[in-house]
Each structure stands twice: as structure tokens, then as C-alpha cells.
Design a protein around this ligand. Structure first.
Ligand SMILES: [Zn+2]
Ligand SMILES: [Zn+2]
Length: 236
């Protein structure tokens, strides 16, 4: 499951929003940005909503593509699987505020600007360019070979890190293409579209193929690739 804490206020993805953060950290968030509706990216939004109840004055913003937010609303916060926390209030304020964002529309949140770009995955999926006054981060989320976000990256100054995915080892390329993910060899081809000299951090490796996939990433011999470590803080 995936979540990245960008600063104290902004969480990227809700996969491990509750188990990865203390209750105090969860209550301090201004917003959660979700890339798509797959469970590994939203699984702990229900617990996050539950945990912050009564601990804050304002609603927690959940930001994503309109149809992604609709899927989350209809399939999870539907008063059957989980209460609808967009209607449940603490002192007249709803706990969650679902806020749709359009492709290439920049949104400011907690001192950070977020710009979504559509990537090539199953269902509507956004990658994001995330910027503050000093630096920028590009996150592709889950994707197969893609284009628009790399064109967006070309105009970004101070791009300090790219987070992208590798899911399967090379021998499973057919499955990777079918499910719109990358293998190490596909990542290598994708790197030709990336701005040069920016560190490339990898997430999303399927656990059961972890050793094999990591060995193939290592064998690419690309010094700028690093596999992200869970729980570690990275400074841009
Ligand atoms: Zn996915
Ligand atoms: Zn995923």
C-alpha cells in the first residue's frame, strides 16, 4: 500500500494513511491527494476519516480526478461498506471534503502546488508535479509507458526527484503491459523521456518478485536509480 507524506500537511495517496502516521500526524493533514481508485492507493482513507473525527475544526480535503472521487464515494463511503464521512459532521463541519481537480489545473495546498497529468494505467489515473518555492518532485503513480507528464516535466525548474513505478520482473512484461505497469527494462526505455540527471526513485515492486525485480533494476547500471525504502525520509 502506498502513501507519501510530502510535508506535515499534504499526504500523497491514502494507501497507508492510518497505519503509516500517528493519530496526531493524521489530524494535522490539510489534504490527501489520490492518483487513482485502486485499493493500494486508497485503502486506509476510511480509517483516516475515522481517526481524525473530533480532532480538527475543518474538513480534510481529498483531492483527485472527479470520476476517481465518485468511485471512492460510491464503493467505500456509501453507508454500507463505511459511513459517508462527506456527510458526517463534527460541529456542523463534514469530516471529508471531496474536491475534484482537472488535468493540468494547479492547486495550492499547505504551501505546495500540485499539478496533475494523466498517465497510462487502468482507469483514470493522475501523476503529479508537486512544487514549493525551492524544489519540485514528479510522481507518476502507477503507469505503463506514458507521455504527457514527461512533456510537463520539461518546463519545471528545480526538479529534484522523480518517483515512478516498477511492478513486475522482466519475464512478466506481457502482464505488465496488460495491467499498465512497468518492468525494469520498460523503466529503462521510459528513462529516455525523463529530464536527465534527476534522481529516479522506484516504488510499487510486487513483494513476491521483490528480489528478482531489484536485481534487474540493479543490473540496469543506472546510478541515478534508487528503490524507495518504506519509512525513510528523503530531503529534496
Ligand atoms: Zn493501480
Ligand atoms: Zn498501485
Amino acid at each position: 500500500m502506498t502513501s507519501f507524506l510530502i510535508n506535515e500537511e499534504l499526504l500523497l495517496e491514502g494507501g497507508s494513511a492510518a497505519s503509516g502516521l500517528t493519530i496526531e500526524e493524521q489530524a494535522r493533514l490539510t489534504g490527501v491527494v489520490v492518483s487513482h481508485a485502486h485499493l493500494d492507493h486508497i485503502a486506509e482513507l476510511p480509517y483516516l476519516a475515522d481517526n481524525i473525527f473530533g480532532l480538527r475544526e475543518d474538513s480534510l480535503k481529498v483531492i483527485g480526478a472527479r470520476d476517481v472521487l465518485e468511485v471512492i464515494q460510491e464503493s467505500i463511503f456509501n453507508n454500507a461498506v463505511w459511513p459517508n464521512f462527506c456527510e458526517i459532521c463534527h460541529e456542523d463541519t463534514p469530516i471529508l471534503d471531496f474536491s475534484a481537480i482537472e488535468e493540468t489545473e494547479t492547486r495550492s495546498l499547505g504551501g505546495i502546488r500540485i499539478t496533475p497529468y494523466a498517465v497510462d494505467h487502468k482507469g483514470t489515473t493522475f501523476g503529479f508535479i508537486i512544487q514549493d518555492a525551492e524544489s519540485a518532485l514528479l510522481y507518476t503513480s502507477d503507469t505503463g509507458p506514458t507521455e504527457a507528464i514527461w512533456r510537463g516535466a520539461a518546463g519545471v525548474e528545480n526538479l529534484r526527484a522523480i518517483i515512478t513505478e516498477v511492478s513486475f520482473p522482466d519475464r512478466m512484461e506481457e502482464l505488465a503491459r496488460m495491467t499498465r505497469h512497468l518492468t525494469p527494462a520498460m523503466l529503462h526505455a521510459e528513462m529516455r523521456k525523463m529530464p536527465p540527471d534527476v534522481p529516479v526513485y522506484i516504488f510499487h515492486i510486487k513483494a513476491q518478485y521483490g528480489d528478482e525485480t531489484m536485481a534487474e533494476i540493479e543490473a540496469l547500471g543506472e546510478a541515478r536509480i534508487e528503490v524507495l525504502e518504506e519509512g525513510k525520509t528523503y530531503h529534496l
